[in-house]
Design a binder for this molecule. Structure first.
Ligand SMILES: [Zn+2]
Length: 247
């Protein structure tokens, strides 16, 4: 069993002795497995017809499919698998559809790359030190699934967690004067011409907390694809096992 076979992966029954790591694991220390997740926005490029769309309008279906299958439908930032993941333009230039500028991003990590396209009231920036952006997104996905549960107490837990995440926007307002993503877009546009890596320093520990309504259309697919082996009824047991794991 490998950890990537979602259909057979059951965290509660996982036998660590039997997991076969990928053969390439730890053979390449030149490069981190996943890049730092930081903010961006679409470049203002003459002729770009994409509007507020997160995907380039120049992409045809064939190129889109090719990019998704080549990367196994996995998000380049957090590794999340979904048939409904997006194609992301690495340089933020939606007119550049050369294969090496195209990658896969899940809708949440992709949202981080499109602060200018999220629309007002759909997200806040929150200061969440000690939690990676990737984990914030995994948590938000889980919250979005909990919010659509039939069980009122699970929906309530989801709401509490989401409010806790979003409450960290107050630190951003104190430091920057606003937690609205749109306010940061001008600064991000200037970063395009300067050094992109500066963003990782300036925006360190900052996360995007989304309005879950923005992603409600994905929840059914996510539940079926990745949470099927991980039903809500088991969450308590998994939590207990994680908290009581032998040191
Ligand atoms: Zn992701």
């Amino acid at each position: 069993m490998t950890i990537n076979e979602n259909s057979t992966y059951d965290p509660a029954k996982m036998d660590i002795e039997k997991i076969q790591p990928k053969p390439g694991l730890a053979t390449n220390f030149e490069q981190a497995a996943y890049p730092t997740l930081t903010f961006s926005t679409k470049s203002r490029i003459w002729g770009d017809q994409s509007g507020n769309a997160l995907e380039s309008s120049d992409l045809d279906n064939e190129l889109r499919q090719k990019t998704l299958t080549k990367n196994g439908y996995r998000c380049m930032f957090c590794g999340f698998y979904s048939q409904r993941n997006h194609v992301h333009n690495l340089t933020d230039n939606h007119r550049d559809i050369q294969p090496d500028n195209l990658q896969v991003a899940d809708p949440l990590c992709h949202g981080w790359q499109h602060l200018g396209e999220l629309g007002e009231g759909n997200a806040v920036l929150a200061y969440l030190p000690g939690i990676s952006g990737q984990d914030v997104n995994h948590l938000q996905r889980t919250i979005m699934i909990a919010l659509q549960s039939d069980d009122a107490s699970i929906r309530d837990d989801g709401k509490k967690l989401l409010n806790w995440l979003a409450s960290h926007r107050d630190y951003i307002k104190e430091a920057w004067g606003s937690y609205e993503p749109g306010v940061f877009v001008e600064a991000l546009t200037r970063f395009h011409e300067e050094h992109r890596e500066k963003r990782e320093v300036v925006f360190h520990s900052m996360s995007v907390v989304f309005n879950p309504g923005l992603y409600s259309q994905y929840v059914t697919t996510w539940s079926r694809e990745s949470y099927a082996a991980f039903p809500i009824a088991k969450w308590g047991e998994v939590y207990h096992n994680v908290m009581n794991a032998p040191a």
